[in-house]
Ligand binder design. Structure first.
Ligand code: DHB
Length: 466
């Protein structure tokens, strides 16, 4: 393993009237025995001012936090990234790497293997847990060359959205855990620690083996669905057509069966609110946990109203004297609408991204819940228990062998329909109950998305690094 510190470029990138100057160390393969050289590499950037001895926002070349965003979406391969512009609400805006460099962070942006990759002999090389393993290997690489790279390796903050948010949460929950060791050895990762300082997670698609039941607990009774169907044109460009439908009788029955499973799982976690109250559900899915989830949504609404947004058209929301005082959960869910049919993740026809994620070297698609295996329409296999565990941060929070990130920031939009809001809430509560520092919020009128509040994210990073 090597790091040629003299091999860099000094570059500028301008967005409108803002210019950043940075040093770029590109294309560093972060393992000794890559199975995918294209994706097991990383770009590292640092503000050029640091090499002139300047300080930025109070940081120096030695103390600057290392912001570590991944580009993973849909558990597909995550590409290398760099400072550039991206589209947000049809407007060009600088991406998180541009903003992070401008703010004084060092940025380490790894590419990461994904579920669809195959080698020359047709074997799958990016199935679970490859994506987490690569992220860990990239952290180990940074530690291995800490003396030569700018930034403080004890201040690594991972960041990602959706599947990428899941990876960030796994980085925060599973530091140095032996479960991953043999996988890391196999790809020739550096013999270093991989625990991180903080995890920033936008709408993490996690807890996959319980995500179906959580989803149906939330969306139960909303049987019509609405989604955008993506297809690729001949030039490989995506286009979207709306798809509007009603779940079949069989899917409605599945929804009811899955929803019934959720209370037992939720109760098994014995989650507590800050005041010590235990959060529970009765067999019908009602109880203190549901009331807690309502308060998450009400807080979201309150923050929006405090910012001057008029919510009087939200019929499910009860407003008194400019305060969000109550809500109708079912009407709220109906209002945000259902996107996925039941089961949302472990599809009976095995055609979900997650079935693909849990494939193996030789099998493309597998199940990862008992329920869907039993009801499989394709008599699919079940993934190994350990592999399923290795993709679930919930399973490591109470494990002393996992070095947890002390700081967490979790954001899950109020109208996200890709996974139940309960999924991120359970993670946030579990982390908090374990004594970790958690900043959890559901931003109003925010769909399945990330990086939309970089100023707030960076203020949080500055605070925890301060
Ligand atoms: C992503 C979205 C999903 O709905 C899902 O099931 C998995 C991943 C994503 O955007 O990364």
């Amino acid at each position: 393993m090597k790091f040629d510190k003299e091999n860099y470029t000094v570059e500028k990138y301008t967005f409108q009237h803002e210019t950043i100057e940075f040093r770029a160390y590109r294309n560093r393969v972060y393992v000794d025995k890559p199975v995918s050289e294209e994706f097991q590499r990383m770009n590292v950037f640092a503000p050029e001012g640091y090499f002139r001895g300047e300080s930025i926002n109070g940081y120096t070349i030695d103390t600057a936090p290392i912001f570590m965003p991944n580009q993973v979406g849909g558990y597909m391969p995550g590409k290398l990234d760099e400072p550039r512009c991206t589209l947000w609400k049809n407007q060009e805006v600088p991406n998180s790497i541009f903003r992070a460099l401008q703010h004084g962070y060092v940025v380490a942006a790894p590419a990461i293997r994904g579920r669809v990759q195959q080698n020359e002999t047709g074997e799958y090389i990016g199935k679970a847990p490859a994506c987490v393993v690569d992220y860990k290997a990239a952290v180990r690489y940074l530690r291995h060359f800490a003396g030569e790279l700018p930034g403080d390796v004890e201040k690594i903050i991972t960041n990602g959205t959706s599947a990428g948010g899941a990876l960030s949460s796994l980085m925060g929950a599973t530091g140095n855990h032996s479960d991953y060791e043999s996988y890391l050895e196999k790809i020739g990762a550096a013999d270093e620690r991989d625990n991180i300082f903080a995890a920033s997670c936008y709408c993490p698609i996690i807890n996959l083996e319980h995500a179906d039941m959580a989803h149906e607990w939330q969306f139960l009774g909303v049987n019509d669905y609405y989604r955008m169907h993506m297809q690729m044109d001949e030039g490989g460009r995506p286009s979207f057509t709306p798809e509007d439908g009603m779940m079949s009788e069989q899917q409605i029955r599945v929804s009811e069966e899955l929803a019934k499973q959720f209370p037992e799982y939720l109760n098994s976690l014995v989650l507590k609110e800050k005041n010590g109250n235990i959060l529970e559900l009765d067999k019908d899915g009602n109880g203190s946990f549901k009331e807690y989830m309502k308060r998450v949504v009400l807080k979201s609404a309150q923050k929006a109203m405090d910012a001057g947004i008029d919510l009087s058209d939200k019929k499910w929301l009860e407003i008194k004297d400019k305060k969000a005082v109550g809500m109708n959960w079912y009407e709220y869910v109906k209002n945000i609408t259902r996107m996925k049919t039941a089961p949302a993740f472990d599809a009976l026809s095995m055609d979900s991204p997650e079935n693909d994620l849990f494939g193996s070297r030789n099998v493309n698609l597998r199940h990862f819940t008992e329920y869907s295996k039993e009801n499989s329409l394709r008599t699919g296999e079940l993934a190994e228990e350990l592999v399923i565990k290795m993709m679930n941060p919930m399973d490591y929070v109470d494990d002393e062998k996992a070095v947890k990130a002390p700081h967490w920031r979790i954001r899950h939009g109020e109208c996200d329909r890709d996974t139940s809001l309960a999924i991120s809430a359970m993670l946030a509560l579990k982390l908090e109950n374990a004594g970790l520092d958690v900043d959890y919020h559901s931003p109003w009128n925010t769909p399945h998305a990330g990086d939309y509040d970089l100023e707030e994210l960076f203020a949080w990073i500055d605070e925890i690094c301060g």
